[in-house]
Design a protein around this ligand. Structure first.
Ligand code: TTP
Length: 394
């Protein structure tokens, strides 16, 4: 079935990681997030893909053009982020007058459920959550979806909208919806019309992850790293030990004395060791560096970043071109054991994780012997002086 993938958003909640890199391009187990979405859609039955790009459009377009796809993939540019219905409207000239699927490009869906969606008539993917009030909740009566209520105080069910839809061909004429209360043209208004004219079913998803905030990027990496098969194409010293599902890409180097536990992904050009301890689930980006006496665990280190000596880094995300000075220590656990909080658009929000370290935007540099507290975000380009203890964002 023809498929529209929405990937134009700015990803402000993912800041500072999206200061220069669009969210669809953030790395998940060695591939951009949106590439997982496209690959899964093709595996599930997408016959052609139209990807709507907007924020930092060229980066997404180039990354998609660089790959070989089994089905035609085109991109269209949404010049202003007017909402999800407007995004699909931008793609409409590329679509045939046939039913179509819409997927959010920043969401991971489980494969079997996606296959089920592709074999359905008009449908919306649903996912069961404990806190439905934080989502769009599906209103279901007599087995039919009747609509979506955004963040209701008294949710009628705990089945939420996954942002995965099958629309009838007629929906191509319904995309010019008015603005919602939050000033956007929303696809849920198009779904509402489909519910009024067709039988729309809810397709239950076994697994679903909306990668909107930094700890969800970590979760996305955990998900996709866990699916890796061991593959060693790089230059690995016989005196290094690789345990379990470890991928070392061609052009990567692993020096003597290194222990890497899977699931871990080491991209081309990355250099690990000597004498480093890398624990899963970890993704090391292209040309990154992990040096002597570094322990690294459950983290994402993006391209050109370095953790060169004597450092502990756990449950953290480093953007591009970050350098952690020798002796930098990152806390990832509170003494009261409560979930670590992180700042999202100016508000402290629980990550729901007992263990979470730090988020560093691109180009951050820390001096020697710094201590960075759990839940600290360092803005792109931030500097931390030698010996400093950072308890709050900067
Ligand atoms: P959102 O999650 O609403 O927006 P976002 O991804 O930019 O994130 P944030 O709120 O942190 O800024 O978007 C849902 C999906 O729809 C996402 O895949 C981006 C896409 N989208 C568009 O393609 N065009 C649009 O105009 C909007 C609003 C979203």
């Amino acid at each position: 079935m023809q498929t529209v993938v929405l990937a134009a958003g700015k990803g402000t909640r993912m800041g500072p990681l999206t200061d220069t890199v669009p969210k669809p391009m953030l790395p998940v187990a060695g591939k951009p997030l949106v590439v997982h979405c496209l690959e899964d859609a093709i595996a599930a039955g997408a016959s052609r893909l139209v990807v709507v790009v907007g924020y930092e459009a060229d980066a997404v377009r180039e990354a998609l053009a660089d790959r070989d796809w089994d089905v035609p993939v085109t991109t269209v540019v949404q010049d202003e982020l007017r909402g999800t219905a407007d995004a699909v409207r931008t793609a409409a000239p590329e679509l045939a007058a046939e039913p179509f699927v819409v997927l959010n490009g920043d969401v991971l869906y489980d494969e079997a459920s996606l296959v089920e969606l592709y074999s359905s008539g008009p449908a919306v993917g649903s996912f069961r959550v404990d806190n439905p009030s934080a989502y769009g909740v599906l209103r279901i009566e007599d087995g039919r979806v009747r609509g979506v209520e955004e963040k209701p105080e008294n949710p009628q069910s705990n089945l939420v909208n996954t942002g995965a839809y099958v629309f009838p061909a007629a929906a191509l004429d319904w995309l010019a919806v008015g603005e919602s209360d939050r000033g956007e043209r929303e696809l849920t208004d198009v779904l509402q019309r489909a519910c009024e004219t067709d039988t729309v079913t809810a397709v239950p998803f076994d697994r679903w992850l909306d990668a909107g905030r930094p700890w969800e990027l970590l979760a996305a990496n955990e998900w996709k790293l866990a699916e890796l098969d061991r593959r060693i194409d790089g230059d690995v010293s016989p005196d290094a030990e690789l345990r379990g599902a470890v991928v070392v890409e061609a052009g990567a180097t692993v020096e003597p004395g290194v222990v890497i536990e899977g699931p871990t992904y080491v991209a081309e050009g990355a250099h690990v060791g000597p004498n480093a301890y890398v624990r899963g689930a970890t993704a090391l980006g292209p040309d990154s560096r992990v040096g002597h006496a570094v322990e690294l665990k459950n983290s994402v280190v993006m391209r050109d970043s370095a953790v060169p000596h004597l450092t502990y880094l756990g449950d953290s995300i480093l953007g591009r071109d970050v350098n952690l000075g020798a002796g930098t220590a990152v806390a990832n656990l509170r003494h009261d054991d409560s979930p670590v909080k992180l700042t999202v658009k100016g508000e402290r929000v629980s990550t729901g994780r007992r263990k979470f370290g730090i988020v560093c935007g691109d180009g951050v540099k820390t001096g020697i012997n710094c201590t960075l507290n759990a839940g600290v975000t360092l803005s792109s380009g931030a500097r931390v002086g030698p010996g400093e203890t950072v308890l709050r964002d900067r």
